[in-house]
Design a protein around this ligand. Sequence first.
Ligand SMILES: [Zn+2]
Ligand SMILES: [Zn+2]
Length: 411
Amino acid sequence: MESTTSQPLLQAVETGSAWLLEHYEHLHRHPELSMEEHDTAEYIEDVLQGLGLETQRIGETGVVAIIENGDGRVVLGRADMDALPVTEDTALEYASETPGVMHACGHDTHMAGLLGAVRTLTEHRSAWQGTYIALFQPSEEDASGARAMIADGLADRIPRPDACFACHAMVGPAGQVSVRPGPTLSSADSVRITVFGRGAHGSMPHLSVDPVVLASSIVLRLQTIVARETEPGTFAVVTVGALHAGSSSNIIADRAELQLNVRTYDENVRERVLAAIERIVRAECEAAGSPREPEFTYDDHYPVTDNDADLHDLVRASFDAAFGDDSQTATPATASEDFCAIPEAFGTPYACWFVGSTDRERYSDAEARGAVSTEIPGNHSPAFAPVAEPTVVRIAQSHVAAAMAVFGSAE
Ligand SMILES: [Zn+2]
Ligand SMILES: [Zn+2]
């Protein structure tokens, strides 16, 4: 049923692809870091206003437009807006013009895609009934943007959605759409740990408590959390991404700082892993004779993205009808998102899906040689370069198809 109603709209997205790609290239050229998306927000506002919509700013650089189109379900589509402190190395004609900043996570494809969905729904009001909320969210990369919008009164300033949707461009055959019920993206936590030693001259180690040795044994011992404490088959990642101590070869420093990243699909596993980290760090400090308790700072917490099963079934049927073989079952990704904070603020079901963004020939060639992970630059790489067509068009179409499935389920 959805296919018959959404097909003309999907065709309209395709027909308007030049418009979409123009916006995509502009956004790619002008990336902005988290919570600094000022020009991006103005650009999005201009485009939305050009479609005859009113916009509101929520969370400083967040932008929301609401398309009211009679009685029916309320659907929210979300795109994130921020870029990364990465120097672009893609040789794209529309590469970043801002030194050291790049849309290396594909959030520009999400924004352009959502604009395409908004334009199509605005121009084809007779094909659907209900309310569509387009939400452009800042600052996904540091997990603060969704929370900033919620803190700025999001839940009181827009109608309560019946369903919320987001997607992410990923390595995969360009235009392939994949979704799954349940855990789809992992939880993530960043933990900063400072451990203390006793500083001394490099020639007098007996007078010191050496934080370099202490931190080194902590790094090694942390490896046992996943290898020895987590049930085989249960997903968990503990990465020490940064380790800093000392400044010179002949000085023993008085402290070391470690920065850890933790990923899980399950809240219980997450709590066990975080507890194990604290236990190991405290015990190693004790073993080293550290003069002070270690300090722990927890930031950048991302919850698990856990797709609602019923909403998934509705959306998947719509994707199958719309995209045929290009509609696939997603494999859970170890990346993380703050999107689900938005539906959770309303107590609303949600679904997040992936859209492949790699040139198909290149992908199948690399896949045949088992070389996808080594040869195809992924998100956050300076060489991450989604093929604009069909990726952006398909993102727009997938938002339309998902929304139409919910509008069509109103009776
Ligand atoms: Zn990212
Ligand atoms: Zn991202």
